[in-house]
Design a protein around this ligand. Structure first.
Ligand SMILES: NC(=O)c1ccc[n+]([C@@H]2O[C@H](COP(=O)([O-])OP(=O)(O)OC[C@H]3O[C@@H](n4cnc5c(N)ncnc54)[C@H](OP(=O)(O)O)[C@@H]3O)[C@@H](O)[C@H]2O)c1
Length: 315
């Protein structure tokens, strides 16, 4: 397939390009920065410089590329970390999820593109009642913390737009990425003991190794339809994740703090992430995409899969 990959230089894009090329796809890959073109070329893609929030430029780039499929991996999450101002930290990402998606879909329609894969997220968007692990059929949280409402609206917009569009639309709800280029900030927080276990540490986290996320994206591009959770096999309480990751990287164990202190430091979103959120099931992705995570447990992924040389070409 000829694939137009929007947002190719980020954590997932860099791991995805080589996997697409390895199975025979031709990749036209975007960046906003001319100087990153060489990187994209070295990964095996044909670079194109375009701003995803410039509707005209997006239309031209897609028309010129004449792709069979578009993969939307644009986000603006570098440096985002302040949970108290979650929506503000996600403001540009939310525009990329709303306007950016609409521009790509309009361009897809104009150019007769058949398939469209877009990045969404799973974990905190799940409803925070009932069982600990949710499927794609479960509702999204109808009442997220105030500081996450605009971001939830961005996610809902992206998903609806892609699924309602007159083409083969695929939404990938990735869990929390880790792996080469994807978890440095988290590891730094664990090392500095700045990610505490709040209360019982009972929020459920679903993680996914970045190379497994990329492999699932290739599979979804080729055979998916609809929504998929792309996570590993082991949703786990935050307390277990932080304790194990600290041990694996040789850091001191995480601090324990009462919920009121977590609220003071990280607001409602922090409390939600640490004590309330639900995990996600990958059963549908495994069943329909003929995909299995190479790292089924984050425990092994963190222990053995963080080196940048970890193999990005296995499918
Ligand atoms: N599911 C998850 O857990 C998840 C998902 C995404 C990101 N993250 C994390 O967030 C951190 C930062 O993510 P990241 O490395 O992917 O970087 P990022 O800053 O989120 O950028 C991602 C991609 O979007 C592109 N982009 C940004 N703004 C754009 C715009 N206006 N128009 C077109 N393209 C645009 C960037 O390309 P250029 O800058 O080259 O233009 C880049 O290729 C990483 O630690 C990552 O693991 C986690």
């Amino acid at each position: 397939m000829r694939v137009f990959l929007a947002g190719a230089t980020g954590a997932i894009g860099r791991r995805l390009v080589p996997q697409l090329v390895a199975v025979g796809h031709t990749v036209v890959a975007t960046t906003r920065t001319e100087s990153k073109s060489d990187l994209l070329r070295s990964l095996g893609a044909e670079p194109v410089v375009v701003d995803g929030l410039d509707a005209g430029a997006v239309g031209e780039a897609v028309a010129h590329a004449e792709p069979d499929a578009i993969v939307h991996q644009m986000s603006a999450l570098t440096g985002a970390g302040n949970l108290r101002r979650f929506d503000r930290e996600f403001a540009v990402t939310n525009r990329l999820r709303a306007d950016g998606t609409d521009y790509l879909l309009a361009a897809a329609r104009a150019a007769g593109v058949r398939r469209f894969v877009a990045q969404s997220f799973t974990g905190w968007p799940n409803e925070r009642t009932g069982g600990p692990v949710k499927t794609e059929a479960d509702p999204l949280d109808p009442n997220p913390p105030t500081a996450q409402r605009e971001t939830m609206a961005g996610i809902r917009h992206l998903e609806r737009a892609v699924l309602d569009a007159p083409l083969e639309g695929i939404v990938l709800r990735y869990g929390m990425f880790y792996g080469p280029g994807a978890s440095d900030e988290m590891l730094e927080l664990v090392r500095k003991r700045k990610l505490p276990i709040a209360g019982n540490g009972g929020g459920i986290w679903s993680l996914v190794h970045i190379d497994d996320a990329a492999a699932a994206t290739v599979a979804a591009l080729e055979r998916g339809r609809g929504i998929y959770n792309i996570v590993d096999d082991e949703p786990a309480p935050v307390g277990d994740v932080l304790t194990a990751v600290a041990e694996i990287i040789g850091a001191q164990p995480p601090r324990h703090v009462p919920v009121w202190l977590a609220r003071l430091a990280a607001g409602e979103v922090g409390v939600s992430m640490l004590t309330q959120i639900r995990g996600s099931s990958n059963a549908k992705a495994k069943r329909e995409l003929d995909w299995m995570p190479y790292w089924p447990s984050w425990r092994d992924g963190f222990r053995y899969g963080l080196a940048p040389t970890a193999d990005a070409s296995r499918g």
